[in-house]
Write a protein that binds this ligand. Structure first.
Ligand code: ADP
Length: 509
């Protein structure tokens, strides 16, 4: 998302907050207490449920069915049957449904954003931005649906004609995380549906309501029964449900966004059926500021890249590398920005731009990173403690004198903590940046054109932000290298994850 788009979202968020005060319960029509299988809203077979809690204040937002293997099998069967007819619809018909779905999400943006903020904790500005971004994939793939072309090859034998056609792979098992409860579904589902696949979605246990809300709008948009199914499950049943999705011969592909640890489990489980797997896993993004950088732009970029969604995105800047000549100036300016610009609180409150972390375990993990770094010699410039606002809040933090042996340099921080390491040369920065076994996003600020090319080419990541820190968009390919994943989502290549190529050789011509 561009800065302009983010600013526009922030602006519309202010208007959105005013509207919220007028329509205080508008989000509640989206709070479902049933999951969605084969076109029906259903409870768990054994009647079990689990609670969805607002991380900002522990308020109960709703309860959803705690489903297991039995319901997952029903959802897989429904998607399998629906595939037979959905794959035969025309691209134009699928496109029309996706486009209508996009419009419905757009026109319910404020209510969806409020629900998102309640169950995930992010600020209303961040939620509005996510709904906008999430909806954009349905618009994008509604257009791409019509552009799934095959190819005709010149034959080496005169009596043959050779061609490749692309066909939908089948049922997609979609497992999504809590940090982008809407966009991680739409980015996968838009591509799957556009080309004629059907889906079984398992949203994260912390944020099932947004998934069900999107599904409700899909029903209104005219989705036939069984084409999209949503299974809600608590952490107790998650691994059984995941295993069934991976091992079922009726599921053709698994698309997962989440931790590298779980991604590896799904990859190995999928081996039993030699399933297609696309994985969007963790990152450890370097954010390099060279001496030639425009410091104003680098600080603005750093704030958006680090603190958006309270630092809980897989493409957040994780390691700031700052060159020695501008180091002191950058540290001073970033510290001022953190102190002056960030307002922590309940994401629904006007002016708040940092909400809580998803749960107390996340806060403890972030605090462990800070404690470890300080023990090994880092210095706290801003924050560095749990926040007195509540057990799920952490202070926006800036640490300097960071070294490569600290845990915060090796692992995803996933919280509002910026850590800075000083470097002297371009080669040294590249070496540090690449010294990790993951490679999702990488950012750098430089006004030296040669350096821009060199560093963009050398960073071992799937996505590079050169003088830009918000790089996601529907029209580009999102994904990582090394242990950050397999495959790409969004853009024109996003449909490939859901397509099979079939070679046809016509002889005797
Ligand atoms: P995070 O650490 O960000 O919560 P996870 O990888 O644990 O990331 O979770 C991402 C998604 O994967 C969630 O929907 C979660 O329920 C699901 N998940 C977690 N463990 C498993 C598993 N063993 N099998 C299938 N899905 C899982």
């Amino acid at each position: 998302m561009s800065c302009a788009m983010l600013l526009q979202c922030r602006h519309s968020c202010k208007k959105g907050n005013r509207l919220l005060r007028m329509l205080a319960t508008s989000y509640s029509s989206f709070v479902k207490d049933k999951a969605y299988i084969n076109g029906s809203w259903v409870a768990a077979a054994n009647g079990n449920t689990f609670s969805v809690i607002n991380p900002a204040n522990e308020e109960l937002i709703g309860t959803v069915p705690d489903m297991g293997i039995q319901e997952t099998q029903s959802a897989i069967d429904a998607a399998h049957v629906a595939f037979d007819t959905w794959r035969k619809t025309t691209a134009k018909e699928r496109s029309a449904i996706l486009k209508k779905w996009f419009s419905l999400i757009e026109s319910n943006k404020t209510s969806l954003a409020e629900l998102l903020t309640k169950e995930q904790g992010k600020s209303m500005a961040d939620s509005i931005a996510e709904v906008t971004y999430g909806a954009s994939f349905f618009e994008w793939f509604s257009e791409e649906a019509k552009r799934v072309y095959g190819e005709i090859m010149p034959p080496s034998t005169a009596d043959r004609r050779l061609l490749i056609m692309k066909q939908p792979i089948g049922v997609a098992g979609i497992i999504t995380p809590w940090n982008f409860p809407i966009a991680m579904i739409t980015r996968k589902l838009g591509a799957a549906l556009a080309v004629g696949c059907t889906a079984v979605i398992k949203p994260a246990e912390d944020t099932p309501l947004s998934a069900l809300a999107i599904c409700q709008l899909g029903e209104e948009a005219g989705l036939p029964a069984g084409v999209v199914n949503v299974i809600t499950t608590s952490s107790k049943n998650t691994s059984d449900v995941g295993k069934l999705l991976c091992e079922s011969p009726r599921v053709a592909t698994i698309s997962f966004t989440g931790s590298t640890k779980v991604g590896k489990i799904l990859l190995s489980q999928s081996a039993s059926t030699v399933k297609r797997v696309s994985l969007e896993l963790g990152g450890n993004a370097p954010f390099i500021v060279f001496d030639s950088a425009n410091i104003d732009k680098a600080v603005t970029g750093a704030m958006a890249c680090k603190f958006r969604c309270a630092g809980q995105t897989c493409i957040c800047a994780n390691r700031f590398l700052v060159q020695d000549v501008i180091y002191d100036e950058f540290v001073k300016r970033l510290a001022e920005a953190i102190k002056n610009q960030l307002v922590v609180g309940n994401g629904l409150d006007e002016g708040v731009n940092i909400g809580p972390l998803i749960n107390e375990a996340a806060v403890n993990k972030v605090d462990d990173f800070v404690t470890d770094a300080v023990k090994k010699g880092a210095t706290k410039i801003v924050g560095g403690n749990k926040n007195s606002l509540g057990k799920n809040f952490y202070e926006p933090t800036l640490l300097v004198n960071v070294t490569t042996d600290m845990e915060c340099m090796k692992d995803e921080i996933f919280g509002p903590v910026a850590v800075i390491i000083k470097f002297k040369t371009e080669a040294e920065a590249i070496k540090i940046a690449n010294s990790t076994d993951v490679g999702l996003a990488g950012y750098f600020y430089s006004q030296d054109l040669g350096q821009v090319w060199r560093v963009a080419e050398e960073l071992q990541v799937g996505m590079v932000g050169a003088n830009e820190s918000l790089l996601s968009a529907a029209e580009v390919s999102f994904g990582g290298v090394k242990q950050s994943g397999l495959g790409r989502e969004g853009g024109k290549f996003g449909v490939d994850e859901y397509l099979e190529m079939k070679y046809i050789c016509m002889g005797g011509i």
